[in-house]
Design a protein around this ligand. Structure first.
Ligand code: GCW
Length: 718
């Protein structure tokens, strides 16, 4: 090839990536596409070169990311220099690693180990931007904060920003099995390719770490809470080590799930009794073995005595006995135990809503200080809407961790557009009234129970091997929003949606505004077409895909949707007041008063706490029966509106991603109709009431909906 032509081709190849390659979603919110011409020119002036002082791996990846991001946004390679002798430097360092940063005497004292500061300064007579932190991981977070501003097209002048996370442990929980099946996973297989580890480290692991670091996630539990003891065998510890090495520069620690019966299964012992010294010694040796290989291992997440998992109750020991055994062995290494409060057992005939509180509240103060009790956001199970879990505020001596579910087991899997930010904000801002008014769930999570006590939050990941990571473009927003709420539980869903939309789809308000409006209404739409007015858990058996409100034949009462709605000829809803199960009694007295009164309970929780007659008047003046039907239709209509809004964006968004979303919305619409039709057909067979005027009868009879089977729906438990 002639040299000139070769050069031209090279140039073209370097310039063309965005235009030539269809976007798949792989780049998530870190697309770093060139900004519009005017803003690009300004950015080139604001960020002309990087001066990174220090030599750690963390500083290195922070610098790499800054170069990558700025180069993409500016459409030209960001220069790297060793001194500040021209305007437009970005200076990166801690006071220890960088003489330049040290010379500024910046107020870093209150920023802790993970906080950062970004300031516009004059250095050596030159205009510069400094990113400073006490530790290198703060620099990484500072770099992502600056890149976010740049991605949003905002000016990098006159900056004076400082930030630090409000929670210490911000972890993802992967429900990933060693055979790569992901329980409740709708985004393909597990991204952990155990068979090829430790020899092959898929570059995707690095991109996973970058994405997580960009939103401040600092821990990952690699394995399913329905745990397999094999991951604790020496050969797997080597595989875990390989992942830990990839994640370490990004400030991410690895954790594993511990199967309680591992001493029996892989240790050859007869018992796993936590008070048996030989059992404790086995775990201690195992933990020492892990730390010898992975010195910054984070610790264990444990699901015990729930849904058939082994646990301390098998030996008549308490959850505290079990958790403390691990805690004692982990403490010398600085590790923690995250002990799940999601417990319920077949033998227990009480309202399932009450079981976690009943078992855990009496244990307050009995756990070692490196134990966190991990509590789901609501007392049942990640439903489209639940009141906050009554344990929040009820265990003032125990660090409580929030567990959100990012993967949408009960909100339409990967195809339904449902932005969970609004749900999480609702839970975090809920007032527990414990010990008094104003004690929101967020505040309870943020405030250490003692000086130096640990705080944290977990999110069940929606990440898999799909090219777009999360199963759909819009499900990426839930991963993103989880990180933002983990960093700041006081955050608001709307600005988070807006930031995500701008970084993911572009800064044009004509694109961003409709997308944000779709997102902000989307979760309520799901509530409306699946489980309005406080109904819950009406999904089909096992895989939870599609409606099954009629299901009444499963062995355990609380596996059956009829257990949750209790609809009969007279009315509908679960009486959890004092005249019923009194699950309500687990909340603080002001809430018991408000929620216990049918007229005062927020309508969206009506049937969660009350069994009401079909003719019960709702706020609209309609009977509860009519209101249910109206809400089912409202949900379906909302999906139609989303479709129309998305259609109007054709041509404004790259074709591949636009088409994918269009098709998914069509699937969502069909399934919303399915939910609406099947639910109305069933409830009408019970209520025997006519549909309100203007609301169409389901196109098929109830038997049709009952006969629908989807045995191979993804994500099932095993
Ligand atoms: O949400 C339910 C799921 C189970 C899950 C369980 C849990 C991992 O249906 O698949 O098991 O909760 O949280 O432990």
């Amino acid at each position: 090839m002639r040299p000139i032509l070769a050069l031209l081709l090279l140039l073209l190849a370097a310039m063309a990536p965005s235009a030539a390659q269809a976007e798949t979603g792989y780049d998530l919110w870190l697309r770093y596409q060139p900004l519009p011409e005017q803003r690009r020119a300004e950015l080139r002036d604001e960020a002309r070169y990087l001066v990174a002082q220090g030599s750690s791996d963390r500083l290195k990846v922070a610098a790499q990311e800054l170069v990558r991001g700025m180069s993409g946004l500016q459409s030209g390679q960001l220069a790297v220099a060793t001194s500040v002798d021209a305007p437009g430097a970005i200076v990166l360092g801690t006071p220890e690693s960088s003489a330049l940063v040290a010379s500024l005497n910046l107020p870093l004292a209150t920023l802790g180990t993970e906080g950062f500061l970004i300031r516009s300064v004059t250095m050596n007579g030159q205009r510069a931007t400094v990113i400073a932190a006490n530790r290198d991981v703060g620099l990484l977070y500072g770099v992502f904060a600056l890149l976010k501003r740049a991605q949003l097209g905002e000016s990098l002048r006159n900056l004076d920003i400082s930030d630090r996370p409000k929670l210490q442990l911000r972890v993802l929980n992967h429900w990933d099995n060693l055979d790569r099946h992901v329980e409740r996973g709708y985004a393909g297989q597990s991204i952990w390719d155990w068979q090829k580890l430790p020899g092959y480290k898929d570059p995707r692991y690095t991109d996973y770490a970058r994405a997580n670091a960009s939103i401040g996630i600092n821990g990952t539990v690699l394995t399913n809470v329905n745990a397999n003891a094999d991951v604790l065998r020496p050969e797997y510890i080597q595989k875990v080590k390989a992942l830990a090495e990839v994640f370490r520069p990004y400030g991410i620690k690895v954790y594993l799930t511990a199967r309680f019966s591992a001493p029996i299964e892989i240790g050859g012992m007869k018992t796993a009794d936590p008070l048996d010294p030989a059992v404790a010694a086995w775990w201690k040796a195992k933990i020492d073995e892990i730390y010898a290989v992975i010195p910054d291992f984070g610790g264990f997440l444990v699901k015990a005595n729930s849904e058939g998992q082994p646990g301390p109750n098998d030996y008549k020991r308490s959850h505290a006995d079990g958790a403390n055994m691990f805690a004692d062995a982990l403490r010398p290494h600085g590790g923690v135990v995250m002990w799940r409060a999601f417990v319920y057992a077949a033998e227990n005939p009480d309202d399932r809503h009450k079981q976690a509180y009943t078992e855990f509240e009496p244990l307050d103060g009995k756990f070692r200080d490196n134990v966190l009790v991990q509590v789901k956001n609501g007392a049942i199970d990640f439903q489209p809407r639940e009141p906050f879990h009554p344990l929040f505020g009820a265990m003032p001596k125990t660090p409580l961790m929030m567990e959100f579910q990012i993967t949408k087991e009960y909100l339409g899997f990967a195809t339904h557009l449902a932005y969970l930010g609004t749900m999480w904000e609702e839970v975090l801002q809920a007032d527990t009234f414990r010990p008094r008014k104003g004690a929101t769930v967020a505040k309870i999570l943020e405030k250490p129970v003692d000086k130096g006590a640990v705080t944290g939050i977990a999110g069940v990941a929606n990440i898999g091997s799909d090219v777009n990571w999360s199963g759909s473009q819009f499900d990426q927003a839930n991963w993103y929003a989880y990180g933002r709420f983990a960093w700041d539980p006081e955050a608001k869903a709307e600005p988070i949606a807006r930031d995500w939309a701008r970084m993911t789809w572009g800064n044009d308000p004509a694109v961003v505004d409709p997308i944000v409006s779709m997102m902000m209404r989307s979760r309520e739409a799901v509530v409306d077409y699946m489980t309005p007015l406080g109904l819950t858990h009406l999904m089909a058996t096992g895989h939870h895909y599609g409606p099954g409100p009629w299901v009444a034949d499963l062995a355990r009462p609380e596996w059956n949707p009829v257990y949750y709605h209790k609809a009969d000829a007279n009315g509908i809803g679960f009486d959890r007041t004092a005249s019923g199960s009194n699950g309500l009694g687990q909340y603080a007295p002001p809430l018991v008063r408000q929620w216990g009164d049918r007229k005062k309970v927020p309508e969206e929780l009506l049937l969660w706490f009350h069994h009401v007659p079909w003719e019960h008047r709702t706020k609209s003046g309609r009977s509860v029966w009519d209101e249910l039907v109206v809400r089912y239709d409202r949900g379906v209509d909302e999906v139609k509106r989303m479709q129309a809004q998305w259609d109007a964006l054709r041509g404004k968004i790259d074709a591949r991603r636009w088409e994918e979303v269009r098709d998914y919305l069509a699937i969502q619409h069909d399934e919303a109709k399915w939910w609406r039709d099947a639910s109305i057909a069933y409830f009408q067979s019970v209520s025997k009431r006519p549909l309100p005027v203007g609301h169409a009868a389901p196109p098929h009879d109830l038997e049709h909906y009952k006969a629908i089977r989807t045995p191979y729906a993804p994500g099932s438990g095993e």
